[in-house]
Design a protein around this ligand. Sequence first.
Ligand SMILES: NC(=O)c1ccc[n+]([C@@H]2O[C@H](COP(=O)([O-])OP(=O)(O)OC[C@H]3O[C@@H](n4cnc5c(N)ncnc54)[C@H](O)[C@@H]3O)[C@@H](O)[C@H]2O)c1
Ligand SMILES: [Zn+2]
Length: 371
Amino acid sequence: MSVECVRVALGARAYDIHIGEGLLERAGAFLAPLLHRPRVVIVTDENVAAAQGARLKSGLEKAAIDHEFVVLTPGEETKSFNQLEALTGRLLDLGVERRDLIVAFGGGMIGDLAGFAAAILRRGCRFAQLPTTLLAQVDSAVGGKTAINTAQGKNLIGAFHQPALVLADIEALETLPERELRAGYAEVVKYGLIADADFFAWLETNGAALIAGDADARRHGVKTSCAAKAAVVSADETEQNTRALLNFGHTFGHAFEAAYGYSDRLLHGEAVALGMSLALDYSVRRGLLPGDKAERAKAHLKAVGLPVSIADLKPGADISSGKLAELMMQDKKVESGRLTLILARNIGEAAIVKDAPVGDIEDFLKQKTAR
Ligand SMILES: NC(=O)c1ccc[n+]([C@@H]2O[C@H](COP(=O)([O-])OP(=O)(O)OC[C@H]3O[C@@H](n4cnc5c(N)ncnc54)[C@H](O)[C@@H]3O)[C@@H](O)[C@H]2O)c1
Ligand SMILES: [Zn+2]
């Protein structure tokens, strides 16, 4: 039961990510050095509390840390202003003080909401991320982006607020629904595609085992992903330039998520898999990437059961090229009719392309939706 550690090098805001098994049962020992008094409030959702709560509780009891669980309704709707107001009120009622530590225990929904609550409660409390989905372990728990959704869109209100510690217990993934796990795996593949050809090749061989539950494969996959994200985040914490590489597949992907109303008909990671496939094909169209490399990358996503073409999607949403282009134009990355896209130059090498004309993208999508 080895534990891996990745340090996020951010000067005064640096922190460790521990990755391994049995971390929840040892959470008290990891958290204790960060506490001014032996007390934490844990923010989680009903599914996580039911599936994994007892493990964390035992870990805190072992270290004699007083604890209170705040258990929220699962689902993206909870990442809202209403719920933020209720949560911050509850944290104040529970007597959370400025120097206390808040624990975000769950997937990205909980991490984003509890992280944002921590960022604004008493002008900023520290928090720890205990991610329980693959997506959260490799992506959302690392890097300090926190946010809620509004009627205008997803993640438009938020703050950069780095956690003080991340504990990624890969055993928690054992109770995660398989579809959620597979969707999170798309973000793992993303790191291989944007930055690490050797890791991508490793995933081609070991990805199926990682998904099936092999602990060594999970530990290595999560660790390598966290190290890749940590490197990008420490070079550009607030996304002035290179952090945008992490958006590979996301500008195309978000258009599909929006078209499906951010419902469970299309999970974020599934949209990212399709979005990366389209970004690969568009890179070929722009002459940046040889066609066989795009085919190789898509073949792996397809082999693990992720969508790689528009035909793989469920019917019932308006995914005409016009609608998709319109949705892409609403992206945060549009400037005077030109879109910033992350494209591929090779497997393991991505590039920020700032001048993608929207008309050309719509033309490309027209071809793709016609098939
Ligand atoms: N901050 C960032 O950098 C960042 C990056 C990517 C995504 N996000 C955000 O993350 C959110 C998506 O996160 P997610 O995919 O983890 O979804 P999620 O948090 O909604 O979790 C998915 C489902 O799995 C359940 N669950 C979680 N862990 C479980 C476990 N161990 N066992 C059983 N059930 C479990 C949850 O209750 C939920 O029903 C979105 O809001 C997205 O905007 C943020
Ligand atoms: Zn993502």
